[in-house]
Design a binder for this molecule. Structure first.
Ligand SMILES: NC(=O)c1ccc[n+]([C@@H]2O[C@H](COP(=O)([O-])OP(=O)(O)OC[C@H]3O[C@@H](n4cnc5c(N)ncnc54)[C@H](OP(=O)(O)O)[C@@H]3O)[C@@H](O)[C@H]2O)c1
Length: 286
């Protein structure tokens, strides 16, 4: 059984990004907007800042209050869109409920869309001509490629159809010539479908949703889920688990990603790659 660890692949991506930035003497900057005080969002933003430091990308965080109005947020984004020193912008989600996420995503210039959430970039991805690519699904594909998992002609099943993971992962697998089935909350007899899969990408947001009796021998499983589960037997009081029952499935699978240590770290590395791509494609060319 092959354990597809993300850290090795992510390090490889980060060092290539750093090398290109140094060789081409690029001056790149990520601006992250954080609205409110969500603890998980604060951690995500600070790890993105650390990744930027590793690669030689400048970064700043604009921390706005929980009560920020939509106009204030959109004005902030507009200023960043017009600031030539800013290469990439991201607005950490989720936003407080009074703010319209779609409107905010649309307001970030597609030329600075570090997360690849803007409809223009999603459209480019859909037609097979992407500039940047959404971080988590691209991380999934990069990981499969790094570990030489053949995708062409394989039966791939994606569980989950969110705009940030499931849907783009399906499109990317399709572009790699896999035969793709997408499952969601209304799918009937899901295990009959997953049992046919050569490759399963699971992004369902439910701890240990995928069980060993739902997969065939030799399948490849990429687990996108991340859950913090209370565990008083551990010093820190919790453990991190995925959407797949790693312990049982790893006895049947030919390859599987661990959680933690799998897709999560890949997501961060692809963000850095996207900032480099935006810089090379657009910076100084407006
Ligand atoms: N590793 C990373 O960097 C990373 C990045 C993003 C997300 N994540 C994790 O990945 C997981 C998924 O995230 P997400 O943002 O894609 O979640 P999401 O927006 O909540 O989407 C979950 C998807 O799962 C489907 N689903 C729910 N219950 C189901 C069921 N019983 N059977 C089949 N499908 C079902 C939903 O179907 P419907 O569309 O029908 O509702 C939906 O499409 C979460 O654990 C999240 O924390 C990790």
């Amino acid at each position: 059984m092959l354990l597809m660890k993300g850290d090795v692949v992510a390090e490889d991506i980060l060092s290539k990004v750093k090398k290109t930035i140094e060789e081409k003497k690029l001056s790149l900057k990520l601006t992250a907007i954080l609205v409110g005080n969500d603890e998980a969002s604060k951690i995500y933003v600070s790890s993105k800042k650390k990744d930027c430091e590793k690669c030689g990308i400048a970064s700043e965080v604009i921390h706005l209050s929980e009560k920020t109005t939509e106009k204030e947020l959109l004005d902030t984004i507009e200023k960043l869109n017009n600031d030539d020193s800013v290469t990439g912008i991201l607005c950490q989600l989720p936003l407080p409920p009074h703010l319209n996420e779609d409107k905010v995503i649309d307001s970030i210039s597609y030329k600075k869309d570090a997360d690849c959430f803007h409809p223009y970039n999603v459209g480019k991805l859909f037609i097979g001509n992407p500039i940047v690519e959404p971080c988590t699904p691209k991380g999934v594909i990069k990981m499969l490629e790094y570990y030489n998992i053949e995708l062409s002609g394989k039966n791939a099943v994606v569980i989950g159809r969110s705009n940030i993971v499931g849907k783009p992962a399906s499109i990317m697998l399709l572009q790699k010539n896999a035969t793709v089935t997408i499952c969601h909350s209304k799918t009937k007899n899901i295990s009959e479908i997953t049992k046919q899969a050569d490759i399963i990408v699971i992004a369902v947001g439910k701890p240990h949703f995928l069980k060993a009796d739902m997969v065939k021998n030799g399948c490849v499983v990429v687990d996108v889920g991340i859950h913090r589960i209370e565990d008083k037997t551990l010093e820190k009081g919790y453990k991190i688990i995925g959407d797949a029952d790693f312990e049982e499935i790893s006895k049947k699978a030919s390859a599987i990603t661990p959680v933690p240590g799998g897709v999560g770290i890949m997501t961060r590395a692809i963000l850095m790659q996207n900032i480099l791509t935006l810089g090379l494609t657009y910076q100084g060319k407006n």
